[in-house]
Design a protein around this ligand. Structure first.
Ligand code: SF4
Ligand code: MSK
Length: 631
């Protein structure tokens, strides 16, 4: 008889974290749980966005007694500038990741370390960009496409070429509102210039540039990251793997890859499968080599390979605290500097690989197109040699893990939808079956669950509780980033999780053989979500603002999330936030980001730090969109 399927509860995950924290205490190292306490209470000025340190006459802080900075900047100007700087930081970060991916494709060759894996995706993009393909070597095509993608970053005139994929209606809105994104570098520099001392003090103009900067990321840099990665490492398609700390293996060499850019982890995976390395692992007494992922590098790996996911953002110290992490190798973004001190208390080797993320107490091995294989091989070999150095008294591996069905790229979703069409009469390769389900009400709508963990709220609780409530209400979920990993940890990426859905969604999951939460990838892969909503809107014949689809980031923390929220809103999708966007000291800014953008682009933020109230407002928002469509 098959065992009853149960989700892992947040309480169980917290008990695992608490047990690992005991290890941290016993070895004398702090973790985020300790540091949160030390940082309380947060600075009230920072929380409200009304501290300005943009020039050295300051820092200036706004109070009832001091309503203006020394230059005369008001709370609206200061909060608006801080907000735009966050959006610009996020757009720069995602986009630079995308640029690195484009350079890797530019360097790709038959006999190099980076290859063209999805030639059909490359050829499709070449056609879209009018790059000749007939009779040409695939690598010549790849180099020309990569060069065009790289040139997008700094082109002196014109708009992002990826925006041509948007609906005509969206493009018109962006043109009318003067937020059509130009080159990424231009938008980020403009944002920095506008927010320099003595420039823009008008909150509305700052919000407009935030939207534009965000668009240059979502419909620019992030899309470049996703597309280039798919071409080089393969477009994700549905398959099964596992997630949560229980994937750490006692009897194997564990190599944890963390960060965002798959250029490093792809190489680690390749060399961990090398027979020479496997032989070496057996020689030191290990049964194999277990490469696992954290954060978005973990998402990239699990989406394309059967690689297991060890955890999300707030588990990065926990993986080392298991005592069986033989090496942790990081690329860029979301990496705690405290990985250094925690690793030092264990046998764990800590490698940094990018000049963008240099961290004390790590061994720095920069990875380039020329040396990637050699460096990866060295890391894998040293991790194996480190296996016998584990200290048994420090080992504790939590048991929790779940099956995770992942790989739902747009192509992956369409491949599942094709299975429920009648091949004699229906078109294939469309979103029409999904649209029919939404129109008939079998599915009420969809929510894109995205973003990080943030100790300001109970970690993973908001993600999981909101998802469960949405599923009960027949609302399908697409997820990326640490939100997708929260679903994986809880068991919501297991197809059996359909038992927690309302009747309609449960039926759809059965027919299409999908889990109720569709893992779409990493943070840059929110660009896939933009293409998904655009594809659905085009197949339906309506604008994206009309779709019963919303975004939700209940536990966001990074500047990248601010950039994402801006491009999601600019794409016409209301975005529900569970963490305050640090502008509360300016009523004008609050009004602009919740109501003002609705007038500009047809969508805005709904902010509520109570997850129960937030999910209720999402359900009401989706039902209101349905009512407006008359469905
Ligand atoms: Fe103060 Fe104005 Fe300088 Fe900001 S820009 S620190 S408000 S003087
Ligand atoms: S990793 S940006 S904590 S989602 Fe993309 Fe997770 Fe947020 Fe980093």
């Amino acid at each position: 008889m098959s065992q009853e399927f149960k989700l892992t509860t947040v309480e169980q995950m917290e008990a695992d974290q608490a047990r690992l924290h005991e290890t941290a205490v016993s070895v004398g190292v702090d973790t985020w749980q300790d540091r949160v306490k030390n940082q309380m209470p947060h600075c009230g000025f920072g929380e409200k966005g009304i501290c300005c340190r943009i020039c050295a006459m300051g820092p200036c802080r706004i109070t009832p007694k001091a309503p203006k900075g020394i230059c005369g900047a008001t709370a609206d100007a200061i909060a608006g500038r801080n907000y735009l700087r966050m959006a610009a930081g996020g757009a720069a970060t995602h986009s630079d990741h995308g640029r690195e991916c484009a350079w890797k494709l530019y360097d790709a060759s038959e006999d190099g370390y980076y290859h063209v894996t999805d030639a059909s995706k490359l050829l499709k993009l070449a056609k879209e960009w009018n790059v000749p393909t007939k009779g040409r070597d695939i690598y010549d095509v790849a180099h020309e496409v990569a060069q065009l993608a790289i040139n997008e970053y700094g082109k002196p005139t014109g708009y992002q070429r990826w925006t041509e994929r948007a609906t005509e209606e969206r493009r018109k809105v962006w043109e009318k509102e003067d937020i059509m994104p130009r080159a990424v570098d231009r938008e980020v520099v403009t944002a920095m210039h506008m927010t320099h001392m003595g420039n823009t003090a008008d909150a509305e103009a700052l919000v407009r540039q935030s939207l534009r900067c965000g668009l240059s990321d979502g419909w620019g840099g992030s899309m470049t990251g996703t597309e280039m990665s798919d071409i080089m490492y393969g477009t994700p398609m549905p398959h099964e793997t596992e997630g949560n700390l229980g994937v750490m293996a006692l009897d194997q060499v564990n190599i944890v890859c963390h960060g965002h850019d798959p250029a490093v982890s792809e190489m680690i995976i390749r060399y961990a499968e090398d027979p020479e390395m496997l032989k070496l692992a057996r020689k030191v007494g290990a049964k194999g080599i277990n490469v696992v992922g954290l954060c978005c590098t973990g998402n990239e790996m699990m989406m394309r390979h059967k690689i297991k996911m060890a955890g999300n953002f707030l588990q990065q110290e926990a993986v080392i605290l298991t005592g069986v992490c033989d090496a942790i190798v990081v690329d860029v973004q979301c990496i705690f500097p405290n990985i250094g001190p925690v690793s030092e208390c264990f046998h764990t080797k800590f490698y940094t690989t990018s000049p963008i993320a240099r961290i004390p107490l790590s061994e720095y091995l920069p990875i380039t197109s020329e040396n990637a294989g050699d460096v990866a091989k060295k890391i894998v070999k040293e991790a194996i040699e480190n296996f016998p150095n584990r200290e048994p008294g420090k080992i504790f591996i939590p048991e929790h893990k779940h099956i995770a069905n992942v790989g739902y790229s747009c192509e992956g979703i369409k491949s599942r939808l094709d299975t429920v069409t009648n091949s004699h009469i229906d078109e294939i390769d469309t979103y029409k079956p999904l649209i029919e389900c939404v129109k008939s009400g079998v599915i009420r709508g969809a929510v894109a669950m995205v973003g990080c963990n943030n100790p300001k709220v109970r970690p993973d609780y908001s993600h999981i509780e909101i998802m469960k409530k949405l599923l009960e209400n027949d609302i399908v979920i697409v997820a990326t980033g640490c939100a997708a990993q929260a679903a994986s940890k809880a068991g919501l990426l297991d197809k059996r999780a359909k038992q927690f859905c309302g009747e309609g969604l449960r039926r759809v999951c059965t027919l299409a053989d999908i889990p109720p939460v569709l893992h779409m990838g990493s943070c840059v892969d929110i660009s896939r979500m933009m293409l998904l909503v655009t594809g659905i809107a085009k197949d339906w014949g309506i604008d994206t603002t009309q779709l019963p689809v919303v975004g939700c980031a209940p536990e966001w923390m990074s500047e990248k999330a601010v950039s994402i929220a801006n491009y999601v809103v600019a794409t016409g999708i209301d975005t529900y936030l569970g963490i305050d966007p640090l502008v509360g000291g300016s009523p004008q800014m609050m009004q602009l980001i919740t109501e003002g953008t609705k007038k500009m682009v047809g969508a805005g933020y709904i902010i509520n730090t109570d997850p129960d109230a937030l999910v209720q407002s999402i359900i009401e928002g989706i039902e209101a969109k349905r009512a407006a469509l008359g469905i």
